[in-house]
Each structure stands twice: as structure tokens, then as C-alpha cells.
Design a protein around this ligand. Sequence first.
Ligand SMILES: O=C(CO)COP(=O)(O)O
Length: 247
Amino acid sequence: MTSQTLIAGNWKMNGLLSSIDEVRAVAEGSCDNAVRIAIFPPYTLIHPISQILGHDSRVVLGGQDCHYEDYGAYTGDVSAHQLYDAGARMVILGHSERRHGHKEPCETVALKVCAALNAGLEPIICIGETLEQRKEGLTHAVLSKQLRDSLPDDLMGKAFHVAYEPVWAIGTGMIATDDQIVDAFSLIRRVISERFGTDFKPHLLYGGSVKPDNAVDVLKLDGVGGALVGGASLKAKDFLKIIRAAP
Ligand SMILES: O=C(CO)COP(=O)(O)O
């Protein structure tokens, strides 16, 4: 699995056809090949953006979720194969806005991870505790359970990423402290090595209020393999500052 720093922008339910210019500006403004860049626009924009960027673009596209079935009577859903067909090569799975907003259980996330890998998509699997859970001292228990139950058994040798996104840090401007990030990452590494063996080195991202002015501090932390950025990925000028902050 690549150890290249990954800077990923999750646009969530933002962006219109006119926003394609922002992706073009990111592709043109980023010349450091050491950093991998991914943008997760809404489904409606994946294909038009992929057409404009072309195959050898610096920017990889991804979906923000997918269904675990390949096709069928699932009104409103999109399959991993459809994402790939539209030009996506990655997918975010288990984001807290899916886990909490759509009551999505870990077992469903695990099925989606399998579907994504079968379709040739690289998944970013998100986990994170709420503020109440942290205050009650449940952070480790919550993260371990989410991780164990959201990862299918058959992951050896597959390219995937785990994003630690504390729910209370998302969209709040309240970034996790260095100690909280390092602590969560060491737990994630431990849980994964217990399950898949010590040779298995997961690629870990941090997400939650990453901005141009704090990106350097987050990305230099030991073991941080990149960032999953929400609000600050919507404008190319902000996102490029975060990309340039990568070590
Ligand atoms: O949810 C996030 C990325 O998936 C983080 O969002 P913000 O960067 O807006 O806090």
C-alpha cells in the first residue's frame, strides 16, 4: 500500500456544474507529485469532472458512499460499479453523516467495503466518537468496535485507508489535539494489527476541521498519512494551501 500523503476533499452535498472550475484549479495548482490528491464531489459531478480532468490528472475522484449491491431496486442509491463507471477510483464509507444521519450500522459499512474493493475502488473507512462518548470515557471502546465491525475479513493486500474523524470536530472549527489524534491512531494500528497481523500497516488519515492554518501541525504528526477535509476543500485556494502543507 502506498505511503504517499493523501489529501482528500469531501465536498458533501455542495457543488454545482459551475464548481468544476475549482477542481481544475486544484489540478493545475498542485505540482508536488509526492502528495496524492483526491476529491469527492456529489455523484452528479463525478462524470463531468472526470471528462474534463482526463485520465492522467493529478486529482483522483471518489464517491461519498455506495450501495453494497451491484444493481437492483434501491431507489436513490448508487453502486460501487456505477461510481467506477462514472470515473471514480475511491469511495468514502462509514462517514459519521451516514452512520448517524442515515443510521447506517457497521455491518452495512463492511458490506460496502467489499463491494467497493470488488469494483476496483479504494475505500476510505471513517470512524469517530461523539462528544458525549468522549466525555463518558468511551472513545477507545467506540473506535475499536466501529473499526472491528466495519472492516471485512478479506482485506490483506488491499489498498484502503482509515480516517479518524471525531464527530465533534466535524464542521465545528474544534480540531482534535495532537495527543487525541496520536492516541486514536495508535489504537487503530493496534486493532488492525491484532486482526490482520503486524506486517499490515494501514494508511491513516485525520479529518475534522482541518484548515489551511492548522494543516501543517496535523500533517507533521507521527503516523498521520493525510487528511480528509470538508469545508476547506470547497475552494481551490484553501485546498491548495492544505495540499502544500503536506510534509
Ligand atoms: O467531515 C469531514 C470530512 O469528511 C470534515 O469536515 P470539516 O473539514 O468541514 O470539519
